[in-house]
Design a protein around this ligand. Structure first.
Ligand SMILES: C[S@@+](CC[C@H](N)C(=O)[O-])C[C@H]1O[C@@H](n2cnc3c(N)ncnc32)[C@H](O)[C@@H]1O
Length: 270
């Protein structure tokens, strides 16, 4: 697997240390990663081979959750924070296939995602997609800029998939979720995917420890109780917070007997 240096480098990229967006891209079989990303990604694979299944299961969970929200819950607005590099079935593609008028705001703090944002902005003519370069910690900026595209008087799905683990406890991730939820009306939704600390515990702590030794931005796996607590104040849809390949699994999802250290859940603001 090779990486290519993205063209048109006006945005500074630090390629000497692994970045989660590029490491995740490598695990998914993408090409937008550098030597340091690949080395860190391979070390995690060596400690925890199931990471390769887990990241694909996460993309499948994203697809099922967005499809449910668009097709069954009638959601037409999505705020997808920690978007990642464009992959198959990005949020706008799944939502706009169901409802072409869907409006999607993507947010990421990694310059490489900004470089590829054009691929995320290929909206259907009836809908809108927008990209904000911003940090999840800066909820005021995100909400202010997103208000240019999303109507916060109507329900919004807040999507935090594979990003809350990039916020350490000292930055109070639960408070960030509360601030986002406070900005959206009743009938809005919260979708979370988060690596688990209490499944394959030993492998998880070793692989994340190795990653954190190299990366500038550390990651934190959390327990079922901790991930569930992010849904405080919202009603969890069935089947609750579960290993994400078991959330309304469909054909093609990994078997439910397999354990994957990755939680997912969807909740509705009452
Ligand atoms: C593991 S990827 C997940 C991508 C996608 N959401 C998915 O589930 O397939 C995490 C993404 O979150 C972004 N990210 C990490 N910390 C962030 C922060 N504090 N604010 C905004 N984005 C962040 C990374 O740059 C990366 O693109």
């Amino acid at each position: 697997m090779g990486g290519h240096e993205p063209a048109g480098e006006q945005i500074p990229l630090d390629t000497s240390v692994p970045h989660i967006a590029r490491v995740y891209d490598y695990w998914l079989g993408g090409k937008d990663n550098f030597a340091a990303d690949r080395a860190a990604a391979e070390q995690v694979i060596a400690t925890m081979p199931d990471i390769l299944i887990s990241v694909r299961a996460q993309r499948a969970f994203l697809g099922r959750a967005v499809h449910y929200l668009a097709a069954e819950a009638g959601i037409r607005q999505f705020l997808d924070i920690g978007t990642g590099l464009p992959s198959a079935n990005n949020t706008h593609e799944v939502a706009q296939k169901v409802a072409p008028q869907s409006r999607i705001v993507y947010v990421d703090n990694d310059p490489i995602v900004l470089l590829h944002a054009r691929a995320l902005l290929a909206s259907s003519p009836e809908g809108v997609t927008a990209y904000i370069s911003g940090d999840l910690r800066d909820t005021d900026k995100i909400l202010a800029e997103a208000a240019g595209v999303l109507d916060f008087g109507r329900p919004v799905a807040i999507m935090l998939l594979g990003v809350l683990h990039c916020i350490p406890d000292e930055d109070d991730p639960a408070a960030l979720v509360r601030r986002l939820l406070a900005a959206v009306p009743s009938g809005s939704y919260l979708v979370i995917a988060h690596p688990a600390s209490d499944i394959a515990t030993e492998q998880m702590s070793r692989s994340m420890g190795r990653y954190n030794e190299q990366a500038r931005a550390p990651v934190t796996a959390r327990s079922h109780a901790q991930v569930s607590s992010f849904f405080a104040g919202v009603d969890l849809l069935e089947p609750g917070v579960v290993q994400l390949h078991r959330w309304r699994a469909g054909t093609g999802d990994p078997g439910t007997r397999r354990d994957l250290a990755n939680y997912g859940g969807v909740g509705r603001k009452p």
